[in-house]
Ligand binder design. Structure first.
Ligand code: ZN
Ligand code: ZN
Length: 192
């Protein structure tokens, strides 16, 4: 996701704010019910969700652009249902909220700096805007872990924990899939 903005004296800049995906292009998700993690293929919707989370915390004139249609999803392990924006991991939420905090400071700084610039005739400004420090925090890169499970129901794929041997529900439609056959096939493929 690129955020457009005119922050600071450097003029407009684009900043990439996105969740890390693993080498196969999957992004980690966490069930809000059982807190187990799994992965879904990174999509354009992720970018919308990230933007929505960040600008949701910041009063922003373009906020309406970030609103994306949310659908009900299903936990592959426990079957709990929740809307699209409920599946960030704890680490992703903390990181996005931290980013939103800094964005808010940048917006305030820019507003003050603007007032200062337009008060050029004022010989003694009563305040000096102080540019906020950009936090040097990034999310850890995503490892290429977990077991790939094809979802024939929706033509999608999921990644679930290697230690999970129970049935896996489709994140998108909730249909239950037996893992047994997939696990045996993957073991055979590895051994051959
Ligand atoms: Zn769950
Ligand atoms: Zn499905």
């Amino acid at each position: 996701m690129r955020m457009r903005g005119g922050f600071g004296a450097g003029g407009p800049k684009n900043e990439l704010v996105e969740l890390p995906s693993d080498p196969s292009g999957f992004v980690r998700r966490e069930c809000p019910g059982c807190h187990r993690t799994f992965k879904v293929r990174a999509s354009r919707l992720d970018q919308g969700l990230v933007l929505q989370r960040v600008v949701g915390k910041v009063s922003h004139e373009n906020a309406h652009e970030a609103l994306c249609a949310l659908e009900q999803r299903c936990c592959p392990y426990c079957g709990a249902g929740a809307l699209d924006d409920a599946w960030f991991t704890a680490e992703q939420r903390a990181w996005l909220d931290k980013r939103a905090e800094t964005l808010l400071l940048e917006v305030r700084y820019e507003q003050l700096a603007h007032v200062e610039r337009t008060l050029a005739d004022n010989p003694s400004p009563t305040f000096l805007p102080v540019r906020p420090e950009m936090p040097d925090c990034t999310l850890r890169p995503e490892r290429n872990d977990m077991r790939l499970v094809p979802l024939l129901c929706c033509g999608e794929e999921l990644k679930v924990s290697e230690s999970w041997l129970g049935p896996v529900r489709c994140f998108f439609c909730g249909r239950e899939h037996e893992l047994g056959a997939t696990v045996i096939r993957q073991r055979l493929e590895r051994e051959l």
